[in-house]
Write a protein that binds this ligand. Sequence first.
Ligand SMILES: [Zn+2]
Length: 358
Amino acid sequence: MAFLGRRVGQWPAPNIRSTLRTASRIAASILSAAIAAPLVAQVNVVTTTPDLADVVRTIGGDDVDVHTLTTGEEDLHLVTVRPSFLVQVHRADVFVQLGFDAEHAWVPALLQKAKNRAVRPGGAGFCDASVGVTPLQVPASVTRDAGPDLHPRGNPHYNLDPRRMKTVARNVRDCLVRVDEAHRAGYFERHAAFEEAIDRHHATWKKLLEPCRGSAFIENHRTWIYFADAFDLRIVGSLEPRPGLPPSAKHLADIIELAKRENVRLVVARPRFAELARRVAKDCGADARILQIGSLASGRGWLAFMDDIVAQFASVLGPGVSEAGDDGSRDRDVKGRGEGGRGARGSGEPDRNRSRCP
Ligand SMILES: [Zn+2]
């Protein structure tokens, strides 16, 4: 046995080693060939959010391969960098961020560690989508009292405003042209079609929300200012006393009092604040809508997401319940897109006359 064992142990080993060496040489050469000359010459784009990925996909068409680092369900201010992020950003030709410090807690470190100069600020492949976007809620001064989610350059949730998303679309187009001049015509053509689609949808959204102009609502985090600005709605308070801070009992009592005074009929919140939002809504005689604040990676893109949230606002603030409230279309939207959240159905009891806007 010892003899056999030695034979078994010694004789094949050099061959296995050489086979492994050959295999790894082949793998390495395949890998380097793949890196040097990809079969499909697409621009590799990495974005921080699904909204941005959707814009890139729409304008880039078949000329791009795009991946979003987040699913849309995370808190964009508090994302944990995974090793896969480093690999994706290392290989990227273009990196697109929302900007206004929305990703300040994780993107600067990610770009530093990913060892890809082309997609760092100053590189041809770095695209800050917020360039040229007019910010709202820029603090006069930034102190620790402002809360954990500091946004010294203004509120970063501008993806809820179609006018500002047109600026984003132009930024994305220009960045794609910069790194892939050969496909310039395609980028311009698809960008023009996207702008037209935004205008078309925007007109419909304005029409749907026109009867609600001036209506008041409450949010959970300071997220909806751009949406309110675009459609002339009023935010009268936030469940968070300061961005990123949980509310005290006193703050909630104040908010409920304020909501009653201001005739608030809608409380909007992200899924993780659903229970609180429903409780506050019940206490002030309003409806709660549990909404995402951007499209989901599993959803049908930014325009469809906006269709959905506009329908949700109109269902509470718009004239009449039956046409925009609990009909089949909203049910289909919520299930089909994975957006809007289950609360859209679970919390909107149509038991009151909602036929008026203030
Ligand atoms: Zn925020």
